[in-house]
Design a protein around this ligand. Structure first.
Ligand SMILES: C[S@@+](CC[C@H](N)C(=O)[O-])C[C@H]1O[C@@H](n2cnc3c(N)ncnc32)[C@H](O)[C@@H]1O
Length: 321
């Protein structure tokens, strides 16, 4: 049944007459053959069956956003919460094989929440040198009467070779509002005055509080239950890959990693089980050809949440979950 949507709801949908065209942009797992070019490809299929057909060492950057250890329905795929040991076994069933796809100087990010983060750290340490854990304050979260509402996620950062990996900190600088505008000889020290307020360009830390989860008035939004924001993946991709590099996402979902890779002139490869999610990803990739903007990332800098006038003007405030 078709969903009723509010007037300003910009959630992406795929119309019946678009399906055939979009499907041509998706490669079913059964069609993967030896010698196939894996550049800019969305593969529809089960990761566990697909992995052996993807050559090792193809990816410069891997971003993994797996099912967390929560009971969640991904439009038909019912992932069930399980014990720590059972979740660890689930991660081990694919993580090491995914790492094999990484180039020797490649980087990998693995997303999770507090519940599964110990298991994530374990598998990361088994295969990579862990360099950091980013904490993303995602704001939205389900209220709990007998516990603290969960508003945080973790993103583990690891590399194959800690002496040789790419990291461009200049590409991910953050524009922050200056709270105490200090002046020296009457002139702003390390900050600039603009019509929008006073700002300073800062180096990013591993605490990210400038990114909201996609919501209904944002054009990047889909009905995927756990879609990641484009701004979040833009930071990972800009810091840890060069233009032309290949970004691999083994749990592609609605296509965020592929879409951001394309917008930032990287190549992409994604695997997703659900056919409808693949269609959303394909449509987002088509739309990226006309509009390569990433909300919150303007003129090469990341703006704090709600500081950018242009951002405020075309979005409404998020509704609470
Ligand atoms: C947490 S979501 C990823 C969301 C994604 N980052 C986005 O921005 O839309 C995990 C995805 O993995 C997919 N998935 C789960 N098991 C899979 C498998 N064995 N093979 C391929 N995809 C799988 C689910 O359908 C779901 O879309």
């Amino acid at each position: 049944m078709e969903k009723k949507r509010a007037k300003n709801n910009r959630t992406l949908t795929v119309e019946p007459d678009e399906i055939e065209r979009l499907q041509r942009l998706i490669t079913p797992a059964e069609q993967l053959t030896v010698g196939l070019d894996f550049d800019n490809r969305i593969i529809q299929g089960d990761l566990l069956c697909v992995l052996d057909r993807i050559p090792d060492g193809v990816a410069d950057l891997i971003i993994i956003d797996p099912p967390y250890n929560l009971s969640k329905n991904f439009h038909g795929l019912n992932f069930q919460a399980r014990s720590h040991d059972a979740y660890l076994a689930y991660l081990r069933s694919w993580f090491h094989r995914v790492c094999a796809k990484l180039k020797p100087a490649g980087s990998l990010y693995l997303c999770g929440d507090w519940r599964c983060t110990a298991a994530l750290q374990t598998v990361m340490s088994e295969e990579l040198t862990v360099l950091n854990r980013i904490t993303w304050q995602r704001e939205k979260g389900k209220g709990a009467m007998h516990n603290w509402k969960n508003g945080m996620e973790d993103i583990w950062f690891g590399v194959k070779d800690a002496r040789h990996y790419y990291f461009d900190v200049e590409a991910v600088k953050q524009k922050r509002r200056v709270i105490a505008p200090y002046r020296q000889n009457g002139k702003p020290k390390d900050w600039v005055e603009t019509s929008e307020g006073n700002f300073r360009l800062t180096y990013p830390s591993n605490f990210w509080d400038d990114i909201s989860v996609p919501f209904w008035s944002m054009p990047e939004n889909t009905d995927h239950p756990t879609q990641k924001p484009e701004k979040l993946y833009a930071k990972l991709i800009l810091a840890s890959s060069r233009e032309g590099d290949l970004v691999f996402d083994p749990f592609l979902g609605s296509g965020t990693a592929a879409v951001v890779a394309k917008k930032l002139n990287r190549r992409y490869l994604g695997v997703e089980l659900n056919g409808e999610y693949c269609l959303w990803a394909a449509k987002r990739l088509c739309l990226a050809e006309q509009d390569a903007s990433i909300q919150g990332y303007v003129d090469g800098v990341f703006w704090e949440r709600n500081t950018l006038a242009v951002q405020r003007s075309h979005t409404a405030l998020p509704d609470e979950e």
